[in-house]
Design a protein around this ligand. Structure first.
Ligand SMILES: C[S@@+](CC[C@H](N)C(=O)[O-])C[C@H]1O[C@@H](n2cnc3c(N)ncnc32)[C@H](O)[C@@H]1O
Length: 239
C-alpha cells in the first residue's frame, strides 16, 4: 500500500485524522526534506527516505520500489497532495500497487481562514511557477480568471529566480480589477513564522512576497472589515 498524504500546513493540529493514521500505519516515510522535518515528531522509529527539491520522480520511484518489498509507504506532501503535490505523479508511475490519496488542508484554505473569508465565492488556483508550465499559458490563465471576476489564489508567487512574475501578473489583473480590490498575503499559513498582510492591488509590496507565501486577490464584491477580508456570497440579493 502506498499512501499519498497531504499533511496540511505542517502542524499536527492542521492534519486530518486520516493523515495521522496513514503515517502511523506506515513502515516508511518518503518526502522532500523540509516536509519530513514538519512531521519528524511522528516518525521517530520509521524508515525515512528524503531528498531535495526537483527530485520528485526519483522520490516516487523509490517509494514504489519500497512498497514492492511488502512495506507500507507514506509519501508526504505539504497542504493537499492533489494540489501541486505528489498525488498525480504517484498515480502515473505506480503499476499494480494500491494507492490511497489522503487529502489535506491546502494553502489557499489555510490562508483564507487567517485572512477572514475571501473564498466565499468562485475562486481559482494559479501557480506562477513556470518550471512545468509555459509562462504564456500562466499569464493567459491570470487574464481569463481576472476577466471572469474569480477570486484568485496565487501559489508559488515569487522566487529569487522569478522576481518579476508576480508584478507582471498584477499588471494583467489591473486591466480587469480595480486598484482598491483587497489582497491578502499569508506567509507560512498555519505554521511557525506565520505572517499576514492585508493590502490592495494598488498598495501591494511585491518584495514582501516569497515562495513560502500565498497571495489571494479578491473579486468585485470583496471588501475589508475590521482587518478581515470578506467576499460576499450574495445574500443581499436573496433577502
Ligand atoms: C508546490 S506548491 C505546494 C502546494 C501544497 N500542495 C498545498 O496544497 O498547499 C508550494 C506553494 O504553495 C504555497 N504554500 C504551501 N504551504 C503554504 C503555507 N503554509 N503558507 C503559505 N503558502 C503556502 C506557496 O505559494 C508555495 O510556494
Amino acid at each position: 500500500m502506498i499512501y499519498v498524504v497531504g499533511i496540511g500546513s505542517g502542524g499536527k493540529e492542521t492534519m486530518t485524522y486520516e493523515a495521522i493514521h496513514a503515517i502511523e500505519k506506515s513502515d516508511t516515510i518518503v518526502g522532500y526534506k523540509t516536509y519530513i522535518d514538519l512531521v519528524k515528531d511522528m516518525i521517530k522509529e520509521k524508515q525515512v527516505v528524503s531528498n531535495g527539491m526537483k527530485q520528485e520522480i526519483d522520490r516516487v520511484k523509490k517509494a514504489v520500489e519500497i512498497s514492492k518489498t511488502g512495506k507500507t509507504v507514506s509519501i508526504i506532501s505539504s497542504g493537499d497532495a492533489g494540489v501541486y503535490g505528489m498525488a498525480g505523479l504517484v498515480l502515473e508511475l505506480a503499476e499494480e500497487e494500491e494507492v490511497k490519496i489522503i487529502s489535506g488542508v491546502t494553502a489557499s484554505t489555510a490562508a483564507a481562514a487567517v485572512l477572514g473569508a475571501p473564498l466565499m465565492h468562485d475562486f481559482c488556483h494559479i501557480s506562477l511557477s513556470d518550471l512545468l508550465t509555459p509562462l504564456d499559458l500562466i499569464y493567459k490563465r491570470v487574464e481569463f480568471a481576472s476577466e471572469g471576476d474569480f477570486v484568485i489564489c496565487l501559489y508559488n508567487p515569487r522566487s529569487k529566480g522569478r522576481p518579476d512574475y508576480l508584478k507582471n501578473a498584477f499588471e494583467i489583473i489591473k486591466k480587469f480589477k480595480t486598484g482598491k480590490t483587497p489582497v491578502g498575503i499569508v506567509k507560512n499559513a498555519g505554521r511557525d513564522g506565520q505572517n499576514v498582510q492585508i493590502c490592495t492591488i494598488d498598495t501591494i509590496n511585491y518584495e514582501s512576497v516569497d515562495m513560502l507565501s500565498i497571495v489571494i486577490i479578491g473579486n468585485s464584491s470583496t471588501y475589508i472589515k475590521n482587518n478581515k477580508i470578506i467576499t460576499k456570497r450574495g445574500y443581499e440579493r436573496k433577502y
